[in-house]
Design a protein around this ligand. Structure first.
Ligand code: CMP
Length: 132
């Protein structure tokens, strides 16, 4: 069993699709171990996305991630990291396969509805960040 961190981003919260996304998480067989709604400050978003600090989109991304409430979930399942990334689809909703959450609910490469940890190391950091 593996754990991963999932986030329902401000765009999806504003679109009122929290319920649909959580339903999909449960339908996929993930166990939701912890869940909370938070509104990050831009400083907190910057700490969370620190690995992207040198990317051109860092400022805009952290501004967006602190623009409204998000729902953070600690998920558990077999190969949870890979499984959740498959359910989310490609970062850019336009490239994401039909049936994936980003294809269905994402708006742009930045406003892409959901987040998921991309490796066991990242998952460890991200889970600690929100649920220490
Ligand atoms: P996420 O899975 O949360 O991880 C980093 C985020 O940065 C990503 O989803 C997107 O929201 C954002 N992102 C990645 N690439 C770009 C890009 N080229 N332009 C703008 N935002 C990006």
């Amino acid at each position: 069993m593996e754990k991963t961190l999932a986030i329902i981003k401000p765009d999806a919260v504003k679109k009122r699709v929290i319920g649909k996304i959580i339903q999909r998480i449960e339908d996929e067989g993930f166990e939701i171990l912890k869940m909370k709604m938070v509104h990050l400050s831009q400083d907190e978003a910057k700490r969370f996305y620190y690995v992207h600090k040198d990317k051109p989109f860092y400022n805009s991304l952290t501004e967006f991630m602190s623009s409204g409430r998000i729902v953070v979930l600690l998920l558990e399942g077999e190969e949870a990291i890979k499984h959740w990334r498959e359910v989310m689809g490609a970062t850019d909703p336009a490239q994401a396969k039909p049936g994936t959450l980003r294809r269905e609910f994402g708006f742009s490469i930045e406003r892409n509805a959901v987040h998921g940890s991309d490796s066991p190391q990242t998952a460890e950091f991200e889970i600690q960040f929100f649920f220490k």
